[in-house]
Design a protein around this ligand. Sequence first.
Ligand SMILES: *[C@@H]1O[C@H](CO)[C@@H](O)[C@H](O)[C@H]1NC(C)=O
Ligand SMILES: *[C@@H]1O[C@H](CO)[C@@H](O)[C@H](O)[C@H]1NC(C)=O
Length: 723
Amino acid sequence: MKTLPLILCCILINSLLPTQSAVQNHQNPPPPTSSIIFTTLGRSSYAFDLFTLPTRHRTPPSPSSELRLTDGASVNFNGHFASPSPALLSLSPQPSPIQQPFSTPAAAEETEPEFHLVYVSERNGSCNIYYDAIAFDSQPQESSSRSRSAMEIAPRVQLPLIHGHDGLSLKDRPTVVGDKLVYVSTHEKSAEPRTSWAAVYSTDLKTGSTRRLTPIGIADFSPAVSPSGFLTAVASYGENGWNGEVEELSTDIYVFLTRDGSERVKIVEHGGWPSWVDDSTLFFHRKSEEDGWISVYKAILPNSGPISTDSVTVTRITPPGIHAFTPATSPGNTDFIAVATRRPTSSYRHIELFDLVNNEFTELTRFVSPQTHHLNPFLSPDSGRVGYHRCRGQSNSGDPHLLLESLHSPRPDVSLFRIDGSYPVFSPAGDRIAYVEMPGVYVVNRDGSNRRRVFPGMAFTTEWDPVRPGIVYTAAGPTFAPVSSEVDIISINVDHADVDNNVKKLTTNGINNAFPSLSPDGKWIVFRSGLSGQKNLYIMDAEKGEAGDGGLRKLTEGPWTDTMCKWSPDGEWIAFSSDRHDPGSGSFAIYLIHPNGTGLRKLIQSGAGGRCNHPYFSPDSKSIVFTTDYAGISAEPISNPHHYQPYGDIFTIKLDGSELTRWTQNSYEDGTPAWGQMYMEPSDVKWPNYGPGCSFEDCYFLDEIPTSGGRDRNLKTSGRPRC
Ligand SMILES: *[C@@H]1O[C@H](CO)[C@@H](O)[C@H](O)[C@H]1NC(C)=O
Ligand SMILES: *[C@@H]1O[C@H](CO)[C@@H](O)[C@H](O)[C@H]1NC(C)=O
């Protein structure tokens, strides 16, 4: 296990993929059958690149002080400035562009710096760790008011660092120390439902051999390697596992030997995002239990004797009144750290330095891009530069905005796409997609052309009529609303010339009627309604609605929530999501029932308290695709933009309960999947005339201004939908 040759390591990684790779048969690849489409909240607007600013400024930094380090392609994030070790330099196909290491602090503004940047990039639908060696001419340009790009000057080397990589798993938080790349990966399935697959691995850059450092059965996040490379610290729940929390995590900090993961010991109760200054000092973040502000703390390990939570000294570093988090340190730097902050005076996340001697913040990015979120700082080994990621903004080399992003699929006969919209659904012929973009329902050709708004109001869920051409159903009204909210099922004739008269109202009671789904003969609609004071399932005539013969037929009834119903294409089953096993608990499982009300059974539940939602049948009616927290959480939510539930992944399962398969592995919320009966070639689809965008919201819990006492918080966010 210790020194697997590269080829063996690839085989090992492939053999660890979930069951579906066993199904692949290289002699007879199955013919393409169908495509799955899903939504990731905000993700199509993450035009992230890595940027850097000098840490030492005589005057506040200006836009011309900022350098863009990555190439403007795809989504680049979670960087690390490596010391140029021989193993790293030997990877370059050309000699290192510049021989001198990081420029000395005094000369930082005058000489050419070079960067050895290790980072995460999502390219061609999968996430890998890249290494860029970049030289940059830092002569300030006269009267330049824009940030400059390291792409403006050669030479540059860009390499993926992990080979034999499965194309599906999340790779995150890389650090290179000496010969070793240490990072998070989700390529090994966890044994238990609702537990994370995130674990820390190290890959030897010279041999390519990989070893797992996290014990089996445990998930670790946010690894940090000490300057000597000897120790690694992580945020982890240990053996307790994730309890479903979605904001600041109550993880603990553990330390182990980077060599082999041994001598693992908990050093701090409650903390995340560790960062070492030297082999016995690290900084981390934690929400203060006294005042509720997320703050940076320092932990000092004892010089001698056993290391435990009792022998480690913890001191708070940043004061209440400001959220300061994701600390970054540099070796031996006892003068300052870098942090991301959310000040009560700003709606944006900014990078600041915190002076450890005078206990003062120095703002940096607010002077450069005041209205942009900046995430996850990292310092150069000589402390002269701070890096971070933010949206690249309008830029010539930026990637086009995508309607559909093709992702690696675990099944060769089914392609997988992320759409820039929510509640997508393919038309029966597969040539069009209906989706929701608040506020409104849209229809677009699957090549991105002819995008039209077909309904202007608030709406959620879409369904395409299987029989009558051009009819789309939706629920008009607010989403995530209480049981009594006014939401009704409507049908929309999307090809009707008069977009103001294309709508037919099918329910009129207004009592939270949603998730319409049609029987394959087009005669009936199943939907959920709050009619009886709780959300249960009903069936009505698809054309006449509530007013049709028989009115509303109750399909399910009980003091719980049945919702997100979907009729199978063969007409045999209705799949839905329900908390009937534990009403009101927030735990949803997927159930099946025959349209005549018989045969009710639970298909899948995620652990005892988890969620399985938004079922959608495969075209052959033998499987469903759904979103779930079955694979737990993959990263600290605070390190990402806002996701209501920073944990959803797309899974499929057969109706007999077999072949549970994970389709997405990332730290975002993937949801509302739909399975279309036509196969789309797995390549990206650009928006033709729909410019690059970058707007996303920061974690809502960072908007909170804690009141003293911490617990009784004053929510600026109240009224916003929370999960
Ligand atoms: C990614 O896709 C582009 C075209 O879509 C292709 O030119 C490029 O070679 C691909 N890169 C990798 C690493 O597969
Ligand atoms: C209900 O529907 C199922 C599936 O079509 C069928 O097998 C079953 O016989 C039906 N039961 C009754 C009582 O009609």
